[in-house]
Design a binder for this molecule. Structure first.
Ligand code: NAD
Length: 293
């Protein structure tokens, strides 16, 4: 039996949740989104609106496409809004406890056939699935940032994920116009298993005084042809998310090579989380990014 997906729920209206809501609405799905406060929901919707307006200005979509996509997204601070969703995608902060509490609230209201996906960057899908009442209908659907622009989506099956859930998720990603890559369920999957240790190493390079923020980013942009320097990228991802991923790698693989750099810990403790808080390895408050070290 194939699972028909029509209505999508999104938990978390941050940079990833709002992007996921946008691409789903643009593909014609009905979307309901929740977050912890009305303000966060408003900010998420404003991001979607802004992105779509930019796409109209660049003539990538029409004004009609923009209004249609916006009309398909609704917000609801209450989980009851998810009752008849075919797929709920959890895109809340990268913290296992937060995610488990969300699933504990979601499962009693979500219809029995509803699938649940986590957009986690690193946490075990098998472990998250085991905390729900439907591990066979649970899967990792890992979008990349920024969601509307990035082509790739990683699909991660937990040990109990059924073929139907996997096939329906693959068809869903295809309808979004994106490309699937399949990863086994190991800490940080494929992209972040490779990317985050590189970012962590760039922070060690800064911490040990090998180079300044500017020198490190210029080196990797012009010397390795990366479109963004690793510290710029860390700010873009969010330093809290970078730290969580390194902690999951360090604990999950028990190898000291994944030890999070103490300087990354310090920035997160300061609340300097990168672009989303206006300060990280760069200070964005004046409009022009200024290195903070
Ligand atoms: P973010 O900080 O921009 O947004 C997280 C949102 O989750 C916030 O709006 C927060 O209020 C909300 N939230 C927290 N607790 C909640 C709860 N109990 N119920 C509902 N909402 C809650 O973070 P983000 O970058 O959007 O990351 C979200 C998820 O996506 C994480 O699991 C992260 O690892 C993953 N991810 C991030 C990136 C990236 O580059 N930032 C890329 C791929 C995947």
């Amino acid at each position: 039996m194939t699972i028909e997906i029509q209505r999508i729920g999104v938990v978390g209206a941050g940079q990833m949740g709002s992007g996921i809501a946008q691409v789903c609405a643009q593909a014609g799905y009905h979307v309901v989104m929740t977050d912890v406060t009305e303000d966060r929901l408003k900010a998420g919707l404003a991001t979607v609106n802004g992105n779509l307006a930019k796409a109209v200005a660049k003539e990538q979509i029409t004004e009609g496409d923009r209004t249609k996509a916006l009309s398909l997204i609704s917000t609801n601070p209450d989980y009851i809004g998810f009752a008849d969703c075919d797929l709920v995608i959890e895109a809340a902060s990268e913290n296992e406890d937060v995610k488990r509490k969300i699933f504990a609230k979601l499962c009693p209201v979500l219809k029995p056939t509803g699938m649940i996906a986590s957009n986690t960057s690193s946490i075990s899908i098998t472990r998250l699935a085991a905390s729900t009442d439907r591990p066979e209908r649970f899967i990792g659907i890992h979008f990349m940032n920024p969601v509307p622009r990035m082509q790739l989506v990683e699909l991660i099956r937990g040990i109990a994920t059924e073929d139907q859930t996997f096939e329906a998720s693959k068809a869903f990603i295809l309808r979004l116009g994106k490309v699937t890559t399949v990863s086994e369920d190991f800490p940080a999957f494929i992209v972040n298993r490779i990317l985050l240790p590189m970012i962590n190493e760039s922070i060690y390079t800064l911490y040990e005084g090998v180079g300044s923020v500017e020198a490190i980013d210029t080196a990797m942009k012009l010397g390795a042809n990366h479109p963004m320097g690793p510290l710029q990228l860390a700010d873009f991802i969010g330093l809290d998310t970078c730290l969580s991923v390194m902690q999951v790698l360090h604990e999950g693989l028990a190898d000291s090579k994944y030890r999070p750099c103490p300087l990354l810990v310090k920035y997160v403790e300061a609340g300097w989380l990168g672009r989303k808080t206006q300060r990280g390895f760069y200070d964005y408050r004046s409009g022009t990014p200024v290195p903070t070290r």
